[in-house]
Design a protein around this ligand. Structure first.
Ligand SMILES: *[C@@H]1O[C@H](CO)[C@@H](O)[C@H](O)[C@H]1NC(C)=O
Ligand SMILES: *[C@@H]1O[C@H](CO)[C@@H](O)[C@H](O)[C@H]1NC(C)=O
Ligand SMILES: *[C@@H]1O[C@H](CO)[C@@H](O)[C@H](O)[C@H]1NC(C)=O
Ligand SMILES: *[C@@H]1O[C@H](CO)[C@@H](O)[C@H](O)[C@H]1NC(C)=O
Ligand SMILES: *[C@@H]1O[C@H](CO)[C@@H](O)[C@H](O)[C@H]1NC(C)=O
Length: 403
């Protein structure tokens, strides 16, 4: 392994989370994968194929449909953007037919709109879709991305050896840093460790990566969303503890506005991703989002919970059958809190919840201003022994804020 030597020197000098000034709060933007996959059929499906047209169209919609004003800024390319071969100098090349102007042009396009461009590569010999991987080219690819003006790099882990990851992902972190261009670094590393039934070393991962894909890829279904929430509730390996400014667990893309979730389930995903301090990377056709989904994606309250400056990750504090309670502490002093009653039952009618504030950790005897989390409606000034009454739909959520 060529990079082990270099790393043994550098590894010791870093003890805290990666500090490149990026992902101070969870990154917000758009990512093509869940919705557009590896659709490269631009002849028959020109509006939806992986091409510069798709990314410029999403960038335009991000601005005109109001997403940018709410804080969404990254437009992220995923797999299948490349030519199948590197050029004669070993440099990656964007597909010449689908990206005729090249990636530098695309980055310039984003920057001119006040947006940022993210790109995708893979640590192994090939990407998951079979395009050239970065193995043996990590430094070169980091330099190429910097020269194009890329702002975020997602490094997947298909077609690689899991034992090499603990060297390879840190090596790429170093090479990205050495380019001098701040590029948010998204590692798929722990997802592969979890697949292999091991517990990732999250502290180590956080010292090299800004965000890291933790757990299976999201699919456009409630089963998938529920499974991810369960994994985050279990918190095996205590990954919640390493979240904070510069470092976030990534439970994968937001699918609110796609096909698979009911309205209640869309509320669950958006509220839970806010509570989990997850990156908000939407994978949906921004040109065409139903008003109710758009209202969730652009909810000021949900975004405020997600973007809380403390950056702590919310936790599941209680589980009783299908009912779970999650809380996220808010603010530098942890004085505020977002709390959710989550009903994972998939039948029957609404569940009634009656909770005293102290039971969910709200113990300040001065009391709290309590509001409903989706509407912002004021519920009252409540003391620790006062009761919150909530009605929670099946596969639904009730969200509150106390401050
Ligand atoms: C390879 O690099 C050389 C020297 O920098 C350059 O002149 C040449 O144009 C490059 N070839 C390609 C295919 O980019
Ligand atoms: C490189 O790492 C140093 C030390 O952590 C950091 O101060 C600097 O901002 C990083 N630069 C880039 C471009 O990531
Ligand atoms: C969560 O933990 C429970 C109990 O240990 C286990 O049965 C379940 O498989 C775990 N779920 C996930 C998604 O890790
Ligand atoms: C996680 O934290 C709990 C309590 O803080 C501790 O008992 C447990 O050993 C930790 N687990 C891991 C895998 O670090
Ligand atoms: C988050 O809040 C906790 C508790 O007040 C505090 O210890 C920690 O330093 C805060 N972190 C940040 C980044 O504000």
């Amino acid at each position: 392994m060529i990079f082990t030597l270099i790393l043994s020197v550098t590894l010791c000098s870093i003890s805290q989370g990666l500090d490149n000034g990026l992902a101070v709060t969870p990154p917000m933007g758009w990512l093509s994968w869940e919705r557009y996959r590896c659709n490269i059929d631009c002849d028959n499906d020109p509006d939806n194929c992986i091409s510069e047209n798709l990314y410029t169209a999403m960038a335009d919609a991000m601005v005109t449909e109001g997403y940018k004003d709410k804080g969404y800024e990254y437009v992220n390319v995923d797999d299948c953007w490349m030519e199948k071969e590197r050029d004669a100098n070993g440099t990656l090349v964007a597909d010449r037919k689908r990206f005729p102007h090249g990636m530098k042009w695309l980055a310039d396009y984003m920057h001119a709109k006040g947006l940022k461009l993210g790109i995708y590569e893979d640590f192994g010999t090939f990407t998951c879709g079979g395009y050239p991987g970065s193995e043996f080219y990590l430094q070169k690819d980091a330099e190429t991305f910097a020269s194009w003006g890329i702002d975020m790099v997602k490094l997947d882990g298909c077609n690689s050896n899991i034992q090499d990851m603990e060297y390879g992902y840190p090596a790429m972190s170093l090479f990205l840093n050495q380019t001098g261009r701040p590029m948010l670094y998204s590692c798929s590393w722990p997802a592969y460790v979890v697949f292999s039934k091991q517990i990732p070393d999250y502290k180590k991962i956080a010292s090299y990566c800004n965000i890291w894909r933790n757990y299976a890829d999201i699919q456009d279904s409630w089963d998938s969303v529920r499974g991810i929430i369960e994994f985050y509730g279990n918190d095996t390996g205590n990954f919640s503890l390493v979240a904070g400014p510069g470092n976030y667990n990534d439970p994968d893309m937001i699918i609110v506005g796609d096909y698979g979730l009911s309205y209640d389930q869309q509320r669950v995903q958006m509220a839970m991703w806010a509570i989990m301090s997850a990156p908000l990377l939407i994978s949906v056709d921004l040109r065409n989002v139903k008003p109710e989904a758009k209202a969730l994606l652009q909810s000021d309250i949900l975004i405020r919970i997600n973007q809380d400056a403390n950056g702590s990750m919310g936790k599941r504090i209680m589980k009783n059958g299908a009912m779970e309670i999650w809380t996220k502490k808010l603010g530098f002093d942890f004085k505020g809190m977002a709390f959710a009653f989550l009903n994972l039952d998939d039948g029957g009618g609404p569940l009634r919840v009656n909770m005293r504030l102290y039971e969910i950790g709200l113990t300040n005897t001065e009391g709290y201003n309590v509001t409903e989390g989706f509407t912002g409606e004021f519920i009252g000034v409540l003391k620790p022994y006062d009761v919150i009454n909530a009605s929670v739909n099946p596969s639904g959520i009730w969200l509150g804020m106390a401050y």
